[in-house]
Structures are given as structure tokens and as C-alpha cells.
Design a protein around this ligand. Structure first.
Ligand code: SAH
Length: 236
């Protein structure tokens, strides 16, 4: 079944953009996933096609109107009732496990905010799940939506060359990935670690594991504390 990304944006011309090249682009062309970008402005009702207004209570900027955005969501009329996401710096930070969940579902409806954000009432009335891609503020939700969709699409069956390239990498078990090397054998006087060219697969695996653990402990103590104790098979 085709995984469907439905985007609601004021800038539909930004899509597919970077999603149209390389892995995700090939998968899009071959029908593994589908993308539809709807223009929120098409649901505007007044002469000036306005979609935003000044914040109630005052303050800078403009807010996307609840009625216009709700009408746009309703008009998108997406099959299979996928999760409805709102890209938002206030949202729950996106994780690889949420990405994996989304990738195994029918797709996602993704609302891209602009200006100061969207009227709170549409978030509640359309039960939008706010998702953040990090603790920094973008000028719009489009790049955030692209990051989310890219992360999902590369996990769809048939997108990556070898399925195990998805299970070995950073975050697959709350570990950062070990360092990678390829030819040439020596680069500016730095050789590839000898173990990696030894042909001893068990030693290679042990070295990679140790490197991944050391990196995770040093760079991401928050992830390291999520590690399950060795030999504990009772936890997920
Ligand atoms: N005033 C808002 C920021 C609005 S930024 C606040 O302080 O929370 C405009 C839009 O960009 C947002 O509606 C959202 O859709 C998107 N956006 C900005 N930063 C984001 C982030 N870190 N993750 C996801 N979406 C983001």
C-alpha cells in the first residue's frame, strides 16, 4: 500500500523540493509513497484571500485563522484517517521511534504553520498532534515537515538498498552510530583502524559496539541512561 503524505501549507510550491531527489525521489516516482501539497489559501473566503489575522490580546505578528485552517484540513479529505500532525516548536520532540511508528502506518497529514503559529482552537478541534524537530525556531513548518517525511520515507519497504542499514544506525537502540571508514586505506597519514580490515567479523562487531557506546556516553548522556542493562531481555 502507498504511504501517503498530505501537506497543508501556504507554500505548496516548496514540495516535493528536496524530497524529489535521491532515495525519497526514486521512491516517490515508483509509487512507494505519494505526496499531495494542499494550499491553505485555497480555503480563504474573503476577497483578499487572507488566512491570518492579528493575535487576540495583542503582540507582534499574525496568527493563522482557525476557521480557514480547519476548512483546509476538512477539504483535504484524506483516506485511512492518518495521524494529523502540526509542525510546532512547542510539540513533542520527534524521535526515531515515533518515525518508525509513522512509517508503519498509512501516512501522515502534516500542517505547516507560518507567522506566529496557528489559532489554538483548530489544534483542539481537529486533534492535531504538535511535533517539534528541535529546540530552535524556523520561519515555517515546511522544512520541518520535509525532515519528518524524509525520516519516514527512508524506512518504507523497498526504499533503502539493504533493510539492515536501518537497524544498525544511530538511535535504533538509543546508541549513536560507530565511526565509518572507506577507501583510501590511508588519508593524510590516518589509516583505517586495523580491526576493520582484519576480516574478523566478531572483532569488528565488538569494536563497533564499544565505539558506539563510548560516543553515546560522551556526547549524549541523556541517551546513554536509556540503555538497558546487559543481558536484560525483559525490557522492550
Ligand atoms: N511563535 C511560535 C513560532 C512560530 S514559527 C513560537 O514561539 O512557538 C512559525 C512556524 O514554523 C510554526 O508554526 C511551525 O509550524 C514552524 N516551526 C518553527 N520551528 C519549528 C520546530 N522547531 N519544529 C517544528 N516546526 C517548527
Amino acid at each position: 500500500m502507498t504511504w501517503r503524505a498530505t501537506i497543508l501549507t501556504l507554500f505548496p510550491e516548496m514540495f516535493p523540493g528536496p524530497l524529489g531527489v535521491s532515495l525519497s525521489g526514486k521512491a516517490l516516482a515508483s509509487g512507494i509513497w505519494a505526496l499531495k501539497a494542499h494550499d491553505i489559501r485555497a480555503s480563504a473566503t474573503d476577497r483578499h484571500r487572507s488566512v491570518d489575522d492579528t493575535p487576540a490580546g495583542g503582540g507582534p505578528g499574525m496568527v493563522l485563522r482557525a476557521d480557514i485552517l480547519a476548512a483546509a484540513i476538512d477539504a483535504a479529505n484524506v483516506p485511512d484517517d492518518p495521524p494529523r500532525l502540526l509542525m510546532s516548536p512547542r510539540g513533542r520532540p520527534l524521535t526515531q521511534s515515533r518515525v518508525r511508528e509513522l512509517a508503519t502506518g498509512p501516512g501522515a497529514l502534516v500542517v505547516c504553520g507560518r507567522f506566529e503559529g496557528v489559532d489554538q482552537r483548530v489544534i483542539e478541534a481537529r486533534r492535531l498532534e504538535e511535533v517539534s524537530i528541535g529546540d530552535y525556531v524556523l520561519s515555517g513548518g515546511e522544512l520541518a515537515a520535509m525532515a519528518l517525511i524524509d525520516a519516514c520515507v527512508r524506512l518504507l519497504p523497498g526504499v533503502m538498498g539493504r533493510p539492515e542499514s536501518g537497524t544498525d544506525e544511530s538511535f535504533s537502540e538509543a546508541l549513536l552510530e560507530y565511526p565509518q571508514y572507506t577507501r583510501p586505506q590511508s588519508f593524510e597519514g590516518r589509516p583505517i583502524p586495523e580491526i576493520l580490515i582484519s576480516g574478523d567479523h566478531a572483532k569488528v562487531a565488538a569494536w563497533r559496539r564499544a565505539e558506539a557506546e563510548a560516543l553515546t556516553r560522551a556526547r549524549r548522556p541523556d541517551l546513554w541512561t536509556q540503555q538497558k542493562p546487559p543481558n536484560d531481555t525483559t525490557k522492550g
